[in-house]
Design a protein around this ligand. Sequence first.
Ligand code: SF4
Length: 698
Amino acid sequence: DSAMADRSVDSVCPYCGVGCQLTYHLKDDEILHVTGRDGPANHGRLCVKGRFGFDYPRHPARLTTPLIRRSGVPKGLDPAFDPAEPTTHFREASWEEALDLAARGLVDLKAAHGPSALAGFGSAKCSNEEAWLFQKLVRTGFGSNHVDHCTRLCHASSVAALMECIGSGAVTASFLQAARAEVVILTGCNPAVNHPVAATFFKQAAKRGTKLVVIDPRGQALGAYAHKTLRFSPGSDVALFNAMLNVIVGEELYDRAYIDAHTEGFAALAEHVRDLPPEAMAPSCGVSPEDIREVARLYAKAERAMIFWGMGISQHVHGTDNARCLISLALACGHTGRPGTGLHPLRGQNNVQGASDAGLIPMVLPDYQPVGDAQLRAAFEELWNTPLDATPGLTVVEIMDAIRDGVIRGMYILGENPAMSDPDLEHARAALGALEHLVVQDLFVTETAQFADVILPASAWPEKDGSVTNTNRQVQLGRQATPLPGDARPDWWIIQEIARRFGLAWDYAHPRDVFAEMKRGMASLDHITWERLEREGSVTYPCPADDAPGADVVFGDAFPTASGRARFSPTLPLPPDEPVDGDYPTVLTTGRQLEHWHTGSMTRRARVLDALEPEAVASLAPGELRRLRLAPGEAVTIATRRGHITLKTRVDPGMAEGMVFVPFCYAEAAANILTNPALDPDGKIPEFKYAACRLSPA
Ligand code: SF4
């Protein structure tokens, strides 16, 4: 009840990349409830997570003191372990002892085996400042580029394609521009579930005349607002998009003036897609040639059109090719650089854009400066006053393999939960268990922390100040609303203490000091100051002046490539890595639910959200359930070549027959036991959206 609140604090939602601004209403330092603010990305709206998912920091299992593994207790998941009573497996320690032990294990491994023996996972749940400090610690303290985070499991393939084709990994236009588009394509995304407040902008646009085209194997809530829906066969994305390009080229629906002025490589693309007509592609896509032609014409003939995409595009072994196709569609039709046009990968985590910008990526320094470029690297060597490694580091899944190979021996993991989020979990968990020294910094004893030697109690989002960057490139400020419980500490402070134990002379007193240093290394933050964020709440980058709003739409004149032009990058349809067959005849796809966030470490500890979705469910088409002779709610066992899980069934008319969807947030039926670790060769992203599985009544 707001009447009972004795103060309120303005901040930003800690969950998805929409970046809704909110206000915490508090009494006696407890958050009573949350309301939406009139932020640029939410206009006062919040979804169920933002509104009700605020009490996880006060969950009984919250870590409030540093922990050290008891001697003799094996590393790994023990079914008898209770995260709320961790002292069975860990003993409580002072910060001094825990930090000394945490750092000494890493320092000793580096001394014995060299910088390549260490790696770090930062987190897209952390602020820009925390991401900056974490990658700086790995690069200047550990001495390598083995630093990555969950973007690798999310949009790494999209970023690879965007960097290659248009020279920038961020969106070219915010989702607010959908209101000005004639046509909006939503593909491989389910915004009503995963970006709920962005979905309200899409619905609003549709009601005002924008034609929504939903292209996805799975039916979804926004389909009710769609002008056209194409439900294609899983994994046939490249064939479908090439067929659309074939129509655009064959019927000369492209924008010749735009292509001549702003792009290169169109002739080769046009030649390439001539052999990929809708009639040839349609059988594998599971949609009619007429439907492909209709959608291609609709998009190409629109005066202004946008493409939004999500993990359904990116999480494939051909994820980068999928994104290359979407970019080619936009470039061929001149649908970038103007209001109501653009390319927009909907970013997942609340700060995955900012954490990536800040350099939590193994092959690039902050602002996507390649580590191998001596001149660009020299600027950071001067800023940080230390030589930097010129070799790109290993990515998330590669790091797990390198542990198994005995190359990486020690890790520092901040806020990520690879024991739940990595593909082929048995493999990933075996790797975590094989580490000689693991330091985990988190809010809870997560599944990953159960493998740790030292656990450092971190700060939850409402307990700290920091900036975050949402899917629209809007940099926004989160503010501390509640005190830290017990002996938990701000993440920036903990990273700094580890850095000092690596001999680094760090002396930051507040995240604003870190932001000031970031501005010296990141041109993307030009004209954005901490004071401005405090005053205005949100500033979009790139921003042309201290008093100007940032650019909602970019690349109207030129692209940030060497030539200033965007490039077409032709692609060929490839099958999934593990096609269905007689033994494993069903397609498994994984993802999120509306109420739960990623591995569930926060939302499953938020009372309302956990009450709404308390247990693991597998979604199946009604016909699929009938075939299995199962009623909704009865249990199914899902097996792949890597393992099996058992969970309840739920009927979902949006599912295609021959498919099953499993959310990846439930430890008791961990979807990633099943998933295929095969990687996209460019983005190094695993194929979470397609694995061959077998269903049987449990
Ligand atoms: Fe939070 Fe995303 Fe929901 Fe907004 S849409 S309230 S940012 S989870």
